[in-house]
Design a protein around this ligand. Sequence first.
Ligand code: MN
Ligand code: MN
Length: 323
Amino acid sequence: MTVEAHSMSQFNQPLSGNEMPRFAGQASMFRLPVQESAEGLDVAIVGVPLDIGTSNRNGTRYGPRQIRSESVLVRPYGMATRAAPFDSFQVADTGDVALNPYSLEKSIGIIEAHYDQLLEFDVRPVSLGGDHTIALPILRALARKHGPLGLVHVDAHADVNDEMFGEQITHGTIFRRAIEEGLVDPRRMVQIGLRATGYAADDFDWARNQGVQVVQAEECWHASLSPLMDEVRARLGADRPTYLSFDIDGLDPSVAPGTGTPEPGGLTGAQGLEIIRGCFGLDLIGCDLVEVSPPYDTTGNTALLAANLVFEMLCSLPGCVRR
Ligand code: MN
Ligand code: MN
């Protein structure tokens, strides 16, 4: 698309690499305008730089900034999907949530209040993590607005521990809390990519026993995930509110090494794309991309992949134009 065609759009456009070199200018997400309020937006990109909910390697507090930095290479049109999200929605980068780096509990309250305020507007938040703990306060705010949600959860881990070190809320307990609190309907929930080692079979079976569809990584190996996503869309329903939570460690460490709890035998980059593209047709009311840890991302490729996956999320939001 030409620069001229861009300027004719009614919506915010990413700053083109032909107007300002990609390595220069303000490093907002997708080189979009930055605005604090969600007023007038269809989609708000939000950074949530939390890493005090992690159990192993830290560093996800640097995730939002690094994903934004690598997002400068992402162009505005999806060549495979023919999706043009920036001609479909008004999107802006609404900056970061001002967390308390000394208190996980207070930070969770801050995140919840931040999203409550965002959701006073008719906006779909797309969040950059941050560790996976951020999903719980986001789901609380979204469920208050929309009622119980469907959930597509991509991860190496089930994140349904009852507690960790006696704590009820950590990056490994959030989806048990979300089900217990009625934020997510387990019959409309799928977990994809779970694998590796645990403590007992119940690590994955607890969710199964609640009615969650659990698709372990081995079931995905050497296969296209498009048929699975056809099933997922049928199960979750086209017109009921659904959230997509994508933990980058769902993908194999060979493609996404920059994360805190990597596990071997994960999904490929292409399978990650198939999952997100397969969400087109669901009523996605929000998405997150979590657990990118730049200190362990020596090439920057994990953050670059994350930026591309976030672009694909925009392309899968309902009403995204294809042409
Ligand atoms: Mn997780
Ligand atoms: Mn994980």
